[in-house]
Design a protein around this ligand. Sequence first.
Ligand code: ZN
Length: 316
Amino acid sequence: MIYKKRSAPLEIEGLITLGRRISKEHPIRSDMMKRLYNLQAGYSGEKQYDRYMTEFKPAYPHAILHDICLKEDNIYFQMDSLLITPSRIVITEVKNLAEKIIVKTKPLQFIKEMQTGERVPFRSPITELDRKVYLLRLWLSRRRIDIPIEGIVTFAYNNELHFEEDPPVDLIFTYEIAAYLRNLILEREILDKQTIHKLANEIVNAHQPYDPFPLSERYSLNHAEILPGVQCPSCHLLSMRWERRRWRCLPCGQIGRNEHRSAVQEWFFIKKDTITNQEFRDFTLLDNRHTAKLLLAGIPQLKMVGKSKGSFYRIK
Ligand SMILES: [Zn+2]
């Protein structure tokens, strides 16, 4: 049974938004786009993994949890997928890289081979897994659970894996996951059905979603570098202006009433988790403070904190 599903990282939406609000030549753009590409590729690989996992329906009690981040002794560790069975726990690290991958042992090294033939080493997913297994073991021992934990790395099918020797952890293709797990040999039962259920719920409750916002802090962007304006849903320019009680796109003529809501969401992604009437007007290029007050009051997800001059809005 699936105890936690995966959802798209909000950072993807945040970065797309930020890309529209910095100048084309901005020096952070290439870093940002690389990060966006990696997040999108990672997420699509993980979704593929989740699809293959739906074919895994064992008869024994079990729990499946996707994308879990726990904190142990102030250290965060994120697991792409977790399977709890009666006799062991399996952590999966899902990799979705575009290149050919060569795995060397002694010393263990992961190398990407680009289309140009250039070879670049990358961080070993096995080392990452070892760390997660170690931290999860500590996390469980605090809860008086002692159960073998193992890790597995899955790669996208187009990866063309080349092993020079057998690696110390199983590396398989994502599409093989259900068959791989079906072949797991379960020895003695350590966790019964009820304990698995309880543990899975405890993990879901302890999950700490990663908060990448505000992005201006991460990329050290100052106020002047972020372009204001309300984005047109049709032509995607920051070109909507409030006139005659509606938003109108100057270049394409698109009309709307609620486009400022997305602008406020973008503000929270990029700037900070509160917004004042003045900040809202500067960001949406609106000049009337009363109109601004009405528009802000009409956003159901927002609540006003404080009174008159010192007041601001935040998400409920
Ligand atoms: Zn437009």
